[in-house]
Write a protein that binds this ligand. Structure first.
Ligand SMILES: Cc1cc2nc3c(=O)[nH]c(=O)nc-3n(C[C@H](O)[C@H](O)[C@H](O)COP(=O)(O)OP(=O)(O)OC[C@H]3O[C@@H](n4cnc5c(N)ncnc54)[C@H](O)[C@@H]3O)c2cc1C
Length: 456
């Protein structure tokens, strides 16, 4: 039998953005129903069990000093943060030569450093000409949206060592081979996400802080407040609107409401049937949308033994698996956790083989081999291996938006423009800090302001 409900608003998706949207609407005195397809709330925020009550984040984890909306949310929820571990030296390994360094600049050869600085200067200068709210209006939008960041780097960052560090940093941001990322999108991301240094750095950067208890605690806290307003295992299948309101259908449930906020990536919204049909640009955007995908993998040790040797657990390398390693241990160091990402990027020195991509044991063994090279024989015997794949999630398009060439200039504001009584939230609809948790919260605030302003 189909259950029928009436509510002021339906929020589709209980990721961070949908949860914050619902929380803000409830606080304004509205009735809200949140429909989540998966059997848990949180979306891209999820904790992995590292044993003995310790967790490591499987999805979004870091925030930085410019992430003010996230900081406000954490303080409203009474959640604590702690600094990402940076005491000690970082390992830089290239061509078999292992060195350590302090600060933020890897010990590249002088020519590579010069090339890196010049490419960074040029990218920042180009990014400064991209309007935040309308990147498709940049003077060179058509030119930049017809090429990729990967192509630009190959042409303009000629020293392989410098290019590798760039490719590494940006591949982490987009979770994809840079030859899929529009140059215009990359420039827009640079101008709206705090600049290259902020995006790449830990201290004074986007990786500065972590949430005590992991970011899933944020989702759990909000879902706990919302209680039975959140329905899990309830994928929205259709959204039908007329002049008086909206009918939202899910498995065994129909909800009538004034307005709907769809809080997920445009690709995920593409699975919902809309009546009447969506405007052409919006419908085509949903088909064209891509988020990059990768796996986050961690090995758990009894303790962070590398710290005894003055190392902070971070590494930048050209090893087969671990191009970037970071210390993901809990704040009290009751376990030692080292983390990396595995994607499919095939440019530059990234070459993850199918043998590694398609076999969890091979991934673990290859990562441990790299960690032994970096941190010594003690790395050989981890207590546990954890991984979270964002490649084959049934309800989530992937880690972060990449926008292939042509998407920004063809579909302009279709990701955010409301369609009658349907509004869009989700980290991918934020002008600032798109695809970050900060973007998810800002998008929620924008969507709430929109439905408030729309009245009935
Ligand atoms: C590996 C990884 C690392 C990251 N690192 C960071 C980081 O360090 N810092 C940072 O700021 N950000 C990071 N992010 C990004 C951050 O996690 C996301 O920006 C944020 O969590 C997105 O929230 P959201 O609500 O917009 O989307 P989502 O979390 O994707 O939520 C969308 C929800 O909609 C649901 N859904 C889909 N279809 C339907 C349907 N038909 N009906 C109902 N529900 C549906 C999904 O199940 C999901 O729960 C990372 C993400 C990943 C995956």
């Amino acid at each position: 039998m189909t259950e029928t409900l009436t509510t002021d608003f339906v929020v589709a998706g209980a990721g961070l953005s949908g949860l914050v949207t619902a929380r803000r609407l409830v606080r304004r005195g509205h009735s809200v129903l949140v429909l989540e397809a998966d059997d848990r709330a949180g979306g891209r925020l999820v904790n992995l069990d590292a044993g003995d009550g310790v967790i490591s984040e499987g999805g979004g984890q870091w925030i930085g000093p410019k992430h003010t909306a996230m900081a406000d949310l954490l303080s409203e929820l009474g959640l604590k943060t702690f600094p990402t571990y940076t005491d000690g030296r970082t390992i830089y390994l290239r061509g078999g030569r292992r060195r350590t360094y302090g600060g933020t600049i890897p010990p590249m050869r002088p020519l590579a450093l010069l090339d890196f600085a010049q490419a960074q200067f040029r990218l920042e200068r180009m990014a400064a000409t991209v309007p935040a709210a309308a990147p498709w209006r940049a003077g060179k939008a058509a030119e930049w949206d017809s090429t990729t960041l990967g192509h630009w780097l190959r042409r303009n960052c000629r020293v392989a060592e410098a290019r590798h560090v760039f490719e590494l940093g940006f591949t982490l941001v987009f979770a994809e081979d840079l030859s899929h990322v529009s140059l215009l999108k990359a420039l827009h991301q640079i101008s709206t996400s705090g600049g290259i240094d902020f995006m790449m750095n830990t201290e004074n950067g986007a990786q500065e802080t972590r949430v005590a208890g992991g970011t899933q605690a944020v989702a759990d806290a909000i879902a706990g407040e919302l209680g039975d307003r959140v329905r899990l295992g309830s994928p929205v299948t259709s959204i039908e609107q007329d002049a008086r309101g909206v009918l939202v259908r899910s498995a065994g449930l129909e909800a009538r409401c004034r307005r709907v906020v769809v809080a997920m990536t445009p690709a995920d919204a593409g699975r919902i049937k809309f009546l009447p049909e969506l405007p052409t640009r919006r419908a085509k955007l949903q088909r064209a949308w891509r988020n990059g995908g990768e796996r986050k993998i961690c090995v758990v040790y009894e303790r962070p033994f590398w710290r005894d040797r003055g190392l902070n657990g971070s590494a930048i390398t050209d090893l087969p698996i671990a191009h970037y390693v970071v210390d993901n241990s809990p704040p009290d160091a009751t376990k030692g956790i080292l983390m990396t990402f595995i994607g499919t990027a095939a440019s530059g020195s990234f070459q993850w083989t199918d043998a590694v991509l398609d076999n969890a044991d091979a991934r673990r063994d290859a990562f441990v081999d790299d960690l032994v090279t970096l941190f010594g024989a003690e790395a050989r015997k981890p207590e546990r291996y954890l991984e979270k794949s964002w490649i084959a999630e049934p309800w989530i398009a992937g880690v972060a938006a990449l926008r292939t060439p042509g998407v920004l200039t063809n579909y302009t504001d279709a990701a955010t423009a409301p369609v009658g009584r349907v509004h869009w939230a989700g980290a991918e609809t934020s002008v600032e800090f798109e695809s970050y948790m900060e973007g998810a919260v800002r998008a929620a605030e924008r969507a709430v302001a929109e439905v408030d302003a729309a009245g009935r």
